[in-house]
Design a protein around this ligand. Structure first.
Ligand SMILES: [Ca+2]
Ligand SMILES: [Ca+2]
Ligand SMILES: [Ca+2]
Length: 237
């Protein structure tokens, strides 16, 4: 009887230790292959409505943010109108991504060249920004390009791949090492992101948001600054 009890206690102890180990494991959500194919995101990708852009035809279909113990991953699927220029056709709107990481002190807002606030996050700040195809990190009071010399011609410290489908949708994936963006403990990290399409000349036009903010307007125009109220978040609360 005593032996049976001992075995039972041992089994219980093993189960207890194992479950503690599980709790201690980092919130390692998923390792993503950066190849422009979003199928490896599974349920972690946010699906935006395919017909909610204003002006229409400038859609965000998918957006995602996730991390593992080494990298932060960002993804999107978009399609925009193109404009013919002397340099050839260029997209009318470009994806802009704001990222808020827990445990780091980001910028209170993005500002234009005159110092006027353009975009901010309600109850958060901006640690990373993807703008005009470049990723920047907020460091010591300013946004610095994530390249080896902080200049456009430097070697990127992140990886980006994109693919365009036959029907004109562009799918992109970005990975950036956590140690390049000030994350020291992935076990306690929470990452939030919003993906928006931005264009317009005198006034900004934002045809689509993912996740939806309830901001979509017929002409896509806004009074600045815009306060982002909703973000994709992982791990979820
Ligand atoms: Ca992939
Ligand atoms: Ca959409
Ligand atoms: Ca939307």
């Amino acid at each position: 009887m005593r032996k049976v009890l001992f075995i039972a206690l041992s089994v219980l102890l093993v189960i207890f230790v194992t479950s503690c180990a599980l709790f201690e494991k980092p919130p390692l959500l998923k390792t993503i292959t950066v190849d422009g194919d979003l199928s490896d995101w599974g349920d972690y990708i946010y699906t935006d409505p395919s017909d909610d852009s204003k002006p229409s035809g400038n859609e965000i279909y998918k957006a995602g943010i996730i991390f593992d113990e080494k990298n932060l991953y960002i993804a999107g699927e978009i399609k925009t109108e193109v404009e013919d220029t002397v340099l050839g056709p260029i997209p009318k709107f470009l994806p802009t991504i704001l990222v808020d990481l827990s445990g780091t002190n980001g910028a209170s807002a993005l500002k234009d060249e005159n110092g006027k606030e353009t975009l901010k996050i309600e109850n958060g700040n901006i640690d990373l920004v993807f703008l005009f195809g470049f990723l920047s990190v907020y460091k010591e009071g300013e946004f610095v390009l994530l390249t080896d010399n902080g200049q456009i011609d430097g070697k990127p410290l992140y990886k980006i791949e994109s693919k365009t489908t036959d029907d004109g949708k562009t799918r992109f994936e970005i990975s950036v090492p956590l140690d390049k963006i000030g994350v020291t403990d992935p076990n306690t990290l929470k990452a939030r992101a919003v993906v928006i399409l931005v264009g317009g000349e005198q006034e900004p036009i934002i045809p689509d948001y993912a996740p939806n903010q309830g901001f979509e307007k017929a002409d896509g125009k806004y009074t600045l600054p815009i306060t982002i109220k909703k973000m994709i978040e992982n791990p979820k609360k």
